[in-house]
Structure formats: structure tokens, C-alpha cells
Design a protein. Sequence first.
Length: 84
Amino acid sequence: MAKLKLDLHDICKKGYLIESELNRIIFEAVEKRIALVEIIPGKGSGQLKKTVLRFLNRPDIKKLYHRIEKDRDNFGRIFVHFRH
């Protein structure tokens, strides 16, 4: 199973890049018919994870994927599942 991975640790201080990177990875998964995207906002205070979840819950983005899964073993990781 093909998977894409986005680690937000490097860009978490550059807020303007976060949304563009999230857009890029979601649309790349749709375009290449990738079944799973792993997004790593990290543990930290949880603010970056909330930002990612708000982005994923936007109606224009939500219609592109099947479901999201918060990793129960690792708080700092989110899986986005696609059904193509």
C-alpha cells in the first residue's frame, strides 16, 4: 500500500506554510490515488494538531478523503484514509 508522509516539525514556526503543505499532500494523494497519508504534527501543546484537524474538517477538504484516524499509540500522528 502506497503512503505519503508529511512531518510538520520543520515548518511549525512558519504558520503560512502549514496550510499550503497540507493542501499539497492531500491533493497529491488524490492525484496519485494514494490510499493513506500520515501527518505528523508532533506532540507539543496540541495546537498544531488542532490546526491540522480544523483543516481536515473543512467541507472542501473533507469531501476528498474517506476518514481520519488519530493514532491511539502516538498522540502526535494523524492518518488520512482515501477511498479511490
